[in-house]
Design a protein around this ligand. Structure first.
Ligand code: PLP
Length: 400
């Protein structure tokens, strides 16, 4: 079978909820992926940062195989011998006392919202069902009906109502707007410290710290969605670390499993997470032994291989070199660590054609929105590979 045959098959039998680049990948190793014709590409998306540890990392693979041969799913009706260690290791890594495991990122976001609402009613004494959560325009927190209820992207939202009430949307990066939106019924403010899907939007310095102070002043929870930015992607363990902000609830996912298996979680301290009592929330697969074993290995790789530091250093180098390219199309280059967005001028006629050209040069990157190319390679990338990539990115950014 040729690439075109796979594509035809997919288009015939699959729902059309994505518009992928036409590359059919059949295997990967580290920063590289290979298509069905054995062409090699540098992966500069890392499955939206789920593969921070690199493709098919041997340690995580080993953990997956070993655990799959023992037991994969017990459900939480019974205990298993992996989950306690995942809890402990997450706590040691992040400093949070407790965690609650889920599968997809969207489920973890829903979990955080449920916890925040319960906290508002039980602790803050907000009148029943009046709790409000403040979110930012341009957000991306997932695809459930409640989450798209507060999306500002028409594509994600139109035709999917009726929507879940209780959300207030303010402009991103503007602390004053948050101050103005806080009411006695505000339960939480939920933000991405950098908006990844929104176009690698980096808020003004001091924004997160100011918002955290507002939260403390008004008895409001700060929820950070670090599903994409967390676990080293931005050159710190969490992007919030840049402003020494410790959110009340931290949401993680994606790289928590190194791309092997969906594992997500929310992290918080006892006074908040202990509000959830037996039976009030759960998931058949959340906290299963296979996922827990995979997540434990994925975390170990991040720490043992110093991926956070590597992300910081390589990201700095990559951005320094990118801004040197005298491209007529580039409006702005921004990001932190290895989460880099190249915003093109409107006259550049869209990022898609640049992503197609990059693909033809052996680099897989994905546009976010119409005008932004996101570069987010696995955090195991080295300087030579970045140089290799720059040699190929340069002519693409210089093309007509
Ligand atoms: C990817 C992502 C999600 C949703 O995660 P899924 O696993 O796709 O449900 C939520 N928030 C952010 C910031 C993300 O990048």
């Amino acid at each position: 079978m040729d690439s075109q045959d796979y594509i035809a098959l997919e288009e015939k039998f699959g729902a059309h909820n994505y518009l992928p680049l036409d590359v059919v990948i059949s295997r990967g190793e580290g920063v590289w992926v290979y298509d069905v014709n054995n062409n090699r590409y540098l992966d500069c998306l890392s499955a939206y940062s789920a593969v921070n540890q690199g493709h098919v990392h041997p340690k995580i693979l080993g953990a997956l195989i070993t655990q799959a041969q023992k037991i994969t799913l017990t459900s939480r009706a019974f205990r298993n011998d992996q989950l306690p260690f995942l809890y402990k290791e997450l706590s040691e890594l992040t400093g949070y006392e407790l965690s609650l495991p889920m599968n997809s990122g969207a489920e973890a976001v829903e979990t955080a919202l449920k916890v925040a609402r319960k906290w508002a009613y039980r602790i803050k004494k907000v009148p029943r069902y009046k709790a409000e959560v403040i979110v930012a325009a341009g957000n991306f927190h997932g695809r459930t009906i409640s989450i798209v209820s507060f999306s500002t992207e028409p594509l994600y939202r139109d035709d999917f109502g009726e929507f879940t009430p209780g959300f207030v949307i303010v402009p991103y990066g503007n602390a004053q707007a948050i101050q103005n939106a806080i009411t006695p019924n505000t339960a939480a403010i939920m933000l991405e410290p950098i908006q990844g899907e929104g176009g690698v939007v980096v808020p003004p310095a001091g924004y997160l710290a100011t918002v955290k102070k507002l939260c403390e002043k008004h008895e409001v929870l700060f929820i950070a969605d670090e599903i994409q930015t967390g676990l080293g992607r931005t050159g710190k363990l969490f992007a919030c670390d840049y402003e020494n902000v410790r959110p009340d609830i931290m949401i993680i996912g994606k790289a928590l499993s190194g791309g092997f298996y969906p594992v997500s979680a929310i992290l918080a301290d006892q006074p908040i997470l202990n509000l959830i009592q037996p039976g009030e929330h759960g998931s058949t697969f959340g906290g299963n032994p296979l996922g827990a074993a995979v997540a434990r290995a994925a975390i170990e790789v991040i720490t043992k291989e110093n991926l956070v530091e590597n992300s910081f250093r390589m990201g700095e180098y990559f951005m320094e070199q990118l801004v040197e390219i005298p491209s007529p199309h580039v409006k702005e280059i921004r990001g932190k660590g290895l989460l880099v967005g190249v915003e093109l001028k409107r006259e550049a006629r869209g990022a898609r054609r640049f992503c197609e050209a990059l693909k033809n040069n052996g680099i897989l990157a994905k546009e976010t929105h119409d005008h932004i190319i996101r570069f987010a390679p696995p955090l195991v990338i080295d300087r030579n590979t970045i140089d290799w990539a720059l040699e190929r990115i340069r002519p693409v950014l210089m093309m007509e």
